[in-house]
Write a protein that binds this ligand. Sequence first.
Ligand SMILES: Cc1cc2nc3c(=O)[nH]c(=O)nc-3n(C[C@H](O)[C@H](O)[C@H](O)COP(=O)(O)OP(=O)(O)OC[C@H]3O[C@@H](n4cnc5c(N)ncnc54)[C@H](O)[C@@H]3O)c2cc1C
Length: 455
Amino acid sequence: MSRPRIVVVGAGFAGLSALRRLERRIPKGAAEIVLIAPNDYMLYQPLLPQVASGLLTPQSIAVSLHRLLHRTRMVPGAAIGVDVRSRTVVVRKISGETAYEPYDRLVLAPGSNTRVFDIPGLVEHGRGNKNLAEAVYLRDHVLAQLELANASDDPAERDERCTFLVVGGGYTGVETAASLKLLCEEACKRYPLLRDHIQWHLIDIAPNLMPELGENLGRSAMELLRQRGVKVTLEVSVKEATEDKVTLTDDRILPCRSLIWTAGTSPSPLMGGLGLETNKGKLVVGPDLSVPDAPEIFAIGDSAAIPDLSKDEDDALCPPTAQHAERQGPAAADNVIASLLDRPKTDYRHKDLGLLVDLSGRDAVARPLGKEFTGMPALALTRAYHLYSLQSGPGRVRVATNWAIRALLGGEVSRLGFLNKTIDTLVDTDQIDQYLDTEQAHEKVLVAGGAHDRA
Ligand SMILES: Cc1cc2nc3c(=O)[nH]c(=O)nc-3n(C[C@H](O)[C@H](O)[C@H](O)COP(=O)(O)OP(=O)(O)OC[C@H]3O[C@@H](n4cnc5c(N)ncnc54)[C@H](O)[C@@H]3O)c2cc1C
């Protein structure tokens, strides 16, 4: 066999950890390693709420791939389809051109998008917090509302601009509401008249916040949010959104120009087009992370349905967390190598280590290894964990320095000026209409004549 080509799609927690293991284990020149990814950084998503609140600069959580990968050829673009028959990935490069990347082994790790529902007005008016652009825009949007409210003498407009609604009681929603509420408090030092008008709401359709934290800590998180002035309502969702109001499923109408949507994720649409088995949009793989009907394809991270062997139930799947994704990467890389060498593959198994939730300021709740912490001990654990997990020395220094600057000098509440509509609401961000199914990908590959037809 000539030098095998291993193509990895996505460089998040799962893809990057797979690539690092491949580079470490495969001798120089023994295989070609290719990465298809739209950005040349790995985004440390758990700290996005701290970018949205301005505690961290965007660069500090964008871990440069150039520092971490040394032998991988990077193709800047998105995989928009996979021709499973000819083993070729169709790529839309960031220039808009189409490219074709043949593979002998394919590792799919494209992550997930914000999950939206068929709620009138949601994608036009909702804002997400799932990528760097959304986090930066969210901060500008919140600060712009306060500036405009302060400049208005219309009481109705002031109420609309001072009311903020976060939908989703998972860690993203809780951390986003907690940290942006603090940003508003800081901004109110400039706008004292707005102080009594500002309202933050957090709603969720479930009966508990963050059920994975357990009953006690879920309740503590809710108490901490309420003490901070966030109104938490459970078992409620959004019925309709317009530019200046949101109607809830309990028929309350909130005058509101800020609908922040963090109600879960849905797997990358790439997975649904492969013509292979999916489970709620996630590509189904076996415990060895390969696809049963196409063993040359591996899938990991948020967009893969991976059996959770640490649980007793037969149909348990690994949850979509960074903790799992960054362990699945090396496991997939080892199995890619084993499959190329005709050796037996190993099953992926990881017992969840718990969850850490940073509520900004001095508050956090944490449940590592089943032990419960709140307050400063939880905050220290949470921050130490993030520094440990950041993967790059310069990234760690940037994040720690940002935290120190905030502690010593306080925060900045100036907008950056992103008020144009380039990427703003959910309708602008996920570009889900660009994906091809495997037949369309096959046709494109045949027309381009770029395929190695191994069918
Ligand atoms: C605000 C927030 C807070 C979170 N907090 C925590 C936490 O505290 N603890 C925890 O364990 N988890 C947390 N998570 C979840 C965690 O970040 C995800 O589970 C994890 O990022 C999943 O890793 P992944 O590699 O599957 O996907 P990602 O990290 O999302 O990476 C996917 C990569 O693929 C790229 N990509 C997407 N589509 C394509 C395509 N078509 N072609 C090529 N590349 C593509 C993307 O640009 C990205 O680089 C949080 C998530 C968010 C949004």
